[in-house]
Design a protein around this ligand. Sequence first.
Ligand SMILES: [Zn+2]
Length: 336
Amino acid sequence: MTFKRIVRYFALPTILTLAAVPACAQDLLARQAPVDRRTKAIDTIVVKRLQEAENTEEPSSELYDDWNNTYAHRAGTLPDVYKIDLRGFHMPTPSRVITSNFGRRWGRRHQGLDIKVYIGDTIRAAFSGKVRIVKYDRNGYGKYIVIRHNNGLETIYGHLSKQIVSENQTVRAGQPIGLGGNTGRSTGSHLHFETRLCGVALNPALFFDFAHQDVTGDYYVFRRNNIDRESAQATALRGTSSSLGYSKENIQGRSGSTGGSWKQRNERTYNTDYSSRERNATSQPASGQILYHKVSSGDTLKSIAEQHGVTVEQLCKLNHLGPYTRLNVGQILRYS
Ligand SMILES: [Zn+2]
């Protein structure tokens, strides 16, 4: 045998065998990986079930000191930042008509939104959770219900004609909890709807868009420092039409050469230049309508802009986005 032949005869199979070993090892690893993943998945399911059980027993216990059936609300300490999961919501009523906004009203603070409903209309739980209060307050809420949700929020439903759940009962989002009415301090049947975090009333328009029967996004990130500004913004976007600054006087002001009176009015109303800046940014809604687009998979800023006849720049301005911001499916974008 020549040297060359020896090499060919011994070395080649050796190299092949050596090469095969790592391949086998990799195969083994590859076969094992799904097992690990499966174990992990099982772990996650177990943890999830435990969390769910805990949540059902005492929802959002990390935010609240106790579970009680005594008071409707008591202001606690708000976190600086808190991410609220709005997925799995259900609109409390199919009514799209807001009759009164959150905020200052007749010299006192209105702690919720008033939504037009008729006596006997079905009122539903906004999210899953546990009923904390079912009471009657003759001079205020009338027949009302307080639910603590797994996402940290508490919702209050007031002026009901009938309550059909009981305290400490677990409810699912969309489950009927009562009927619309006119009980307590109320003129005309309506639903008084509050959203509270740690007992502090937050503008429901931050989370719910009644006109479009939707939530404002999959999540709402509460930031204590920003909340007043965001609340005014939410009212401007999703409040009653009278607060939108679309009264006759304002439309005239806007169609005038400067639009000055329109701008002034907005600044006075909200004490922020947000609304005027935003509406001046687009020449769109001739009808004064505010319209939204819910992001579907495959949507881009460009495709949404084209679909609604606006520019990407206008979309970005309206929603305070950068031109390269990643969109999330389900995200609500304003386009006019
Ligand atoms: Zn009210």
